[in-house]
Design a protein around this ligand. Structure first.
Ligand SMILES: [Zn+2]
Length: 169
């Protein structure tokens, strides 16, 4: 799905969500039901020159907490086993990896991270936050592991749990 521009209000919200200033933001890739950013898209090379492979980064505290909770359970192992045992899932996950790299490539060619996406793609499950961020950005049906992680987590993009929900208008 196309990025939406990051407004000053978005940058302020994400600074609150993450507790640090934002760097190299190119847009917002997914939003909460209230409009707050859920996934930020970041340049593959930060303004200070650092390569940054995680193009889609989960910012929403509710989503982040849900993925952290899942990572503390057996879900990582389950999803890893699914990936190694189900050819269709493995094929879709490899395609998700390529889609991720293609999305990022629009924002510059960074040789240091060429072929490196996020979350363990294309063959491992290492970070549910990164995989869920990709699923939220791309929409259902692109990243099978991210989709499953979101389905298993106790957070939904359609129900606002923000500490400071965005007020319309
Ligand atoms: Zn919200």
């Amino acid at each position: 799905m196309p990025l939406t521009p990051a407004t000053d209000a978005d940058l302020d919200t994400m600074r609150e969500q993450l507790g640090r200033p934002m760097r190299g933001v190119v847009g917002i890739a997914a939003r909460c039901a209230c409009g707050n950013p859920t996934v930020v898209a970041t340049e593959p090379r930060l303004p200070d020159g650092t390569p940054f492979p995680t193009f889609y980064y989960l910012t929403h505290p509710g989503a982040t907490a849900a993925m952290s909770a899942l990572e503390a359970t057996q879900v990582m192992r389950e999803l890893s086993e699914l990936l190694s045992e189900d050819e269709d899932v493995a094929t879709a996950y490899a395609a998700a990896h390529r889609a991720y790299l293609a999305d990022r490539a629009h924002y510059g060619d960074v040789p240091e991270i060429e072929g490196i996406s996020a979350g363990g793609m294309p063959t491992r499950v290492k970070c549910l936050h990164a995989l869920a961020a990709h699923s939220l950005a791309a929409g259902a049906g692109v990243n099978p592991i991210g989709d499953l992680a979101l389905a298993r987590g106790d957070w939904s993009p359609s129900v606002c749990t923000c500490v400071s929900p965005r007020v319309a208008g």
